[in-house]
Design a protein around this ligand. Sequence first.
Ligand SMILES: NC(=O)c1ccc[n+]([C@@H]2O[C@H](COP(=O)([O-])OP(=O)(O)OC[C@H]3O[C@@H](n4cnc5c(N)ncnc54)[C@H](O)[C@@H]3O)[C@@H](O)[C@H]2O)c1
Length: 302
Amino acid sequence: MGILEGRTAIVTGAGRGIGKGIAIRFAAEGANVVVNDLGGATDGTGGSRIADEVVDEIRSAGGSAAPNHDSVATVEGGRNIFRTAIREFGALDILVNNAGILRDRTIFNLEEEDWDAVLDVHLKGHYCCSRPFARYIRETNRAGCRIINFSSVSGLYGNFGQSNYAAAKAGIAGLSRVLALELAKYGCTVNTISPGATTRMTADLRASRGMQVDENAPEQSPNQIAPVCAWLASEAGQDMTAQIIDVMRGWIGIMQQPRVIRKFSKEGMWNNREIDLIMPQLLKAKQDHDAAVDDAAEPTPV
Ligand SMILES: NC(=O)c1ccc[n+]([C@@H]2O[C@H](COP(=O)([O-])OP(=O)(O)OC[C@H]3O[C@@H](n4cnc5c(N)ncnc54)[C@H](O)[C@@H]3O)[C@@H](O)[C@H]2O)c1
């Protein structure tokens, strides 16, 4: 028996790449899966019915799946995706907000439409799909639900030429922390994945950096994200919430999240001389902290 037996999941952007791997894995673990995908180009333009192919693949392997072709970027699209789960399977337990596009430009060339398109699919897309699910959890008191969101090192660390994408991905980390708080009383966990894999989204970037491009190499495979998502979505994941899980290059890691790491105090207002003294110490404390975290994050073989 699979770890998701009898559960129903929506996976957005599941027509290819990381999302497809998650949909297939969830179905193999016994879940009914709504395979959502608009089927557009990497920049979000166009559309096709690639979700149907993934559904066919799942069904031929004996799994249970239904397609949906709506965009996550509209409130109506989010509602239709949710309704597909209820119509086809009568319930919903798991939402994986994975759909994504890219429109990389530096700020000098970043037009409003490129800003809006990327924010709409990623950050607003998470809102559009999460809201109907959250309201359903509250209305039905459904226990043990799961939301898995998709951020990126681009938003969590910063990446040249991706201010729109990074803003959306950092926003998703913030949104996830709040959803984890708001849904905790219903036993719904909300976690964020920071993935790394070779897909059409990253193949050109990897090649331009002189990196090897091979989707079938295990440490580059988009399928390496799926087992971690399945675990988070399963009963075993019930105590893990509000975390950012780093899954790439064959590693599973956990990210640090914002905390104050050093502070000074005094009574009254700070003067320039005191701030002059304190700022280098704060910077040094931060550099030491980062170095210690980097040391601790060297992969441990299992
Ligand atoms: N591949 C990586 O290394 C990497 C790194 C960091 C973050 N991510 C994130 O992981 C997620 C999956 O990325 P991927 O690499 O598999 O990309 P991908 O391009 O292979 O797949 C993304 C899928 O989302 C679909 N999609 C786009 N807009 C949509 C919309 N409005 N509604 C529904 N579906 C839509 C696309 O059609 C596509 O099939 C994305 O959120 C991405 O930002 C990926």
